[in-house]
Design a protein around this ligand. Structure first.
Ligand SMILES: [Mg+2]
Length: 288
């Protein structure tokens, strides 16, 4: 072959590899010691990039967190003003992950090892290392609760085996938030249903607000798989948002994922990538 034909053949090969990469075939593979001339998968088409980049860099993300906690404080001030002698004590209920505890380093790691879906095994390995930070505004709000003798209860659904509770408590202590003790931490290992904790707390306290990043943090009847049914249930309770329920933004995980895939932690398959695309293009312009 002459030089031109060699170049053309090389170009075609490059295009073929690029097309394969763009088709997403290599996204889920973990980098291995490849031959020098093998294409390098930089993970540039990872499905998580936009959501995680937003959470890691956008001033808007942090502002939304402050907005949520400022609103919680306004509600608490209202409740404190209205409180009369003999009333039941006030309390706040908060979820942990993505509500008061920022897990950005986990998602960054996932992207670096070319995973584009939540990975439970990596999560369980990452979690005990306390690589977390406090969600902006959370610690100040919880300190304000303590100053005003308002109890804060942490309610989470997690399962890292026998030491699950110990890990969760260690994270609260690491973040130096008030009420980091066994009386104020509820951990559900076997279920994502947090109703028993809410009921138990409400038996003794007047719960001012619930903080979460997932509809399931507020009511169990939101735990449905259908996208439109979920939307309708949220609309039904529209007066509660910002008054009783304070919501933090989370574009990477939660029960909204379950509504798309039928499960909260879908496996990283092309079938699921197609479902993700179908969800994203649900109301797309047809071009005409
Ligand atoms: Mg959460």
């Amino acid at each position: 072959m002459n030089d031109n034909r060699v170049n053309r053949a090389e170009d075609e090969e490059r295009r073929r590899i690029l097309a394969l990469l763009l088709a997403g075939g290599a996204i889920a593979s973990v980098p291995t010691a490849a031959a020098d001339d093998a294409p390098v998968d930089e993970g540039l088409n990872n499905n998580l990039l936009w959501a995680v980049a937003w959470k890691q860099t956008a001033a808007e993300y942090r502002a939304l967190c402050y907005q949520a906690y400022n609103l919680a404080r306004m509600r608490l001030d209202d409740a404190l003003r209205q409180q009369k002698t003999g009333d039941r004590p006030l309390a706040i209920i908060t979820d942990m992950d993505n509500t008061m505890l920022h897990v950005g380093s986990y998602w960054g790691y996932l992207i670096n090892v070319n995973r584009d879906f939540f990975d439970d095994a990596i999560w369980d390995e990452w979690l005990p290392n306390n690589l977390v930070t406090a969600v902006p505004g959370s610690r100040e709000f919880f300190d304000y609760c303590r100053e005003n003798e308002v109890d804060v209860f942490y309610v989470t659904s997690r399962n890292q085996g026998e030491r699950t509770y110990e890990y969760a408590l260690a994270q609260l202590k690491y973040l130096e938030v008030p009420f980091a003790d066994e009386d104020h931490l509820f951990v559900f290992r076997e279920s994502s249903d947090k109703t028993p904790a809410r009921d138990q707390i409400a038996a003794d306290f007047d719960v001012v607000v619930l903080l979460g990043d997932n509809l399931n943090d507020y009511k169990r009847d939101y735990y449905v798989k259908d996208i439109d049914e979920r939307l309708a249930l949220m609309e039904r309770d529209r007066a509660d948002w910002g008054t009783k329920f304070i919501l933090l933004p989370n574009p990477t995980d939660g029960n909204w994922v379950r509504a798309i895939f039928g499960e909260s932690e879908p496996p990283p398959t092309d079938e699921n990538r197609r479902k993700l695309k179908a969800a994203a293009t649900r109301l797309a312009w047809d071009g005409h």
